[in-house]
Design a protein around this ligand. Structure first.
Ligand SMILES: Cc1cc2nc3c(=O)[nH]c(=O)nc-3n(C[C@H](O)[C@H](O)[C@H](O)COP(=O)(O)O)c2cc1C
Length: 208
């Protein structure tokens, strides 16, 4: 796997910013502390974790290879295209057609997108590394150097993406420092042929 830059996606703080329809669900202890009284950040060496160290969490979960998507839409305040990069995307259900992704509460882009009628999930190709990095930056005109066309509902389909999926937000479920977004699929199609952009152990790579 050819490796490029190394940058783990930011995981948010516990800051709460919920849109309409957001569900709160708490399971067990909110801080994950066990009854053993271990200090925060402590992790046992036998593989069983009591208080989970964030570096350990990231390095272990980073062994799960994923693709990367660009979640795009038209900013409901400015009418301009915007988006964010995400590797937490997954398909959920065929009937009804549902997909899901997770967004950190710290995202400044999600509040601009979550009320849009339609969003577009672009499956990024290996040559789109710069698109991924641009959409992962906070602030600025994220689409300044990005070429796009409109999905049937008008959301950005990014030039060079392997496929696009037009969705509407169905449900949002608060889960720790993220919100799990369940989205209904309205239209979808393959786009360009090519290799996927992969994310593994905090680095980018390609399939071939
Ligand atoms: C490869 C990669 C995967 C990412 N995955 C997610 C994700 O699943 N959820 C998320 O909230 N942010 C994810 N991010 C971070 C966001 O793309 C972005 O940096 C973050 O939303 C901050 O920008 P914003 O304030 O404009 O939203 C990822 C970033 C990268 C580079």
């Amino acid at each position: 796997m050819a490796e490029h830059a190394t940058a783990l996606p930011a995981t948010g703080s516990a800051e709460r910013r919920h849109g309409p329809g957001v569900e709160r669900r708490m399971h067990g202890s909110p801080n994950g502390h066990s009854a053993s009284g271990s200090a925060p950040g402590a992790a046992r060496t036998d593989g069983k974790v009591t208080d989970i160290d964030s570096a350990r969490f990231r390095s272990v979960l980073g062994r799960f290879a994923t693709g990367v998507v660009a979640i795009t839409g038209i900013d409901t305040a400015t009418g301009r295209p915007t988006g964010l990069a995400a590797n937490s995307f997954t398909s959920v259900s065929l009937d009804p057609p549902l997909v899901a992704f997770c967004v950190a509460h710290t995202s400044t882009t999600w509040p601009r997108l979550r009320d849009a009628e339609r969003l577009c999930i672009n499956i990024l190709s290996e040559p789109q590394l710069e698109v991924c990095k641009r959409l992962a930056l906070k602030g600025g005109d994220k689409f300044a150097d990005i070429t796009w066309t409109g999905s049937p509902g008008g959301s950005p389909v990014i030039e060079g993406a392997l496929a696009w999926i037009e969705v509407s937000v169905e449900n949002q479920h608060v889960a720790g420092d993220h919100v799990i977004v369940v989205a209904r699929v309205h239209h979808l199609d393959k786009h360009h042929e090519g290799e996927p952009l992969l994310f593994y152990k905090g680095a980018y790579g390609s399939f071939a």
